[in-house]
Design a binder for this molecule. Structure first.
Ligand SMILES: Cc1cc2nc3c(=O)[nH]c(=O)nc-3n(C[C@H](O)[C@H](O)[C@H](O)COP(=O)(O)O)c2cc1C
Length: 184
């Protein structure tokens, strides 16, 4: 089984990356092959809306998304992490979703996903809307089924590196994801 992690943050050691990494470690411990993409460290342009991909030959932009397209097509599961910026998913995460436009026509990407969201506000259970947005839109447009979510609050006062129980939750979810789909 191949699992890829996508981190919609600039920070490779930030809360979102730590949670996504924890998930991948769990998946790896059950035999999955994993890789991680930190969007903030890659050149990922916004969609140009040129409509060229409607011709069926993919995106014309030769940026970091090309490697991500290949990884997505090869993967069985994606763990998509985003920080909350001003009450919604971060712009990098949205740019990534917009760049899935080449798959819009056949409306299918053959993988499942886990969504991880981190936010600073010390109030559990907030920001259900962006979580639901990612779940429902990726299902609607690409038939990606969400098998798990983690919504991590209070990261400004208490970063996840100081919260082993949250990292453990990510790890457990990664393990369970391989258990659910098998290790091949
Ligand atoms: C520009 C910006 C906007 C933010 N907006 C919110 C917000 O609306 N609500 C919130 O709870 N936290 C907000 N935060 C805090 C981040 O969501 C939080 O620190 C997150 O865990 C950062 O993830 P990272 O460590 O992976 O970069 C914001 C942070 C930044 C930099």
């Amino acid at each position: 089984m191949k699992v890829i992690g996508i981190v919609g943050s600039h920070n490779p050691e930030g809360n979102t990356a730590e949670m996504v990494s924890g998930f991948l470690e769990g998946a790896e411990s059950r035999g999955a092959e994993t890789s991680i993409f930190i969007l903030g460290k890659m050149e990922i342009n916004p969609c140009y809306a040129c409509e060229a991909c409607r011709g069926g030959n993919g995106c014309i932009q030769q940026d970091g998304m090309q490697g991500l397209y290949r990884a997505l097509e090869d993967a069985d599961h994606v763990v998509l992490g985003s920080p909350i910026y001003f009450d919604h998913i971060a712009a990098r995460t949205k740019a990534f979703i917009d760049r899935l436009y080449p798959y819009y026509q056949n409306r299918r990407l053959g993988l499942t996903q886990t969504i991880i969201q981190t936010y600073g506000w010390d109030q559990p259970g907030e920001y259900a809307e962006p979580l639901e947005y990612v779940r429902s839109r990726l299902k609607h447009y690409f038939n990606i089924e969400t098998t798990g979510t983690l919504n991590i609050h209070g990261t400004v006062g208490s970063p996840v590196t100081e919260r082993p129980e949250e990292l453990e939750r990510a790890r457990n979810l990664g393990e369970a994801c391989v258990g659910a789909q098998g290790s091949q």
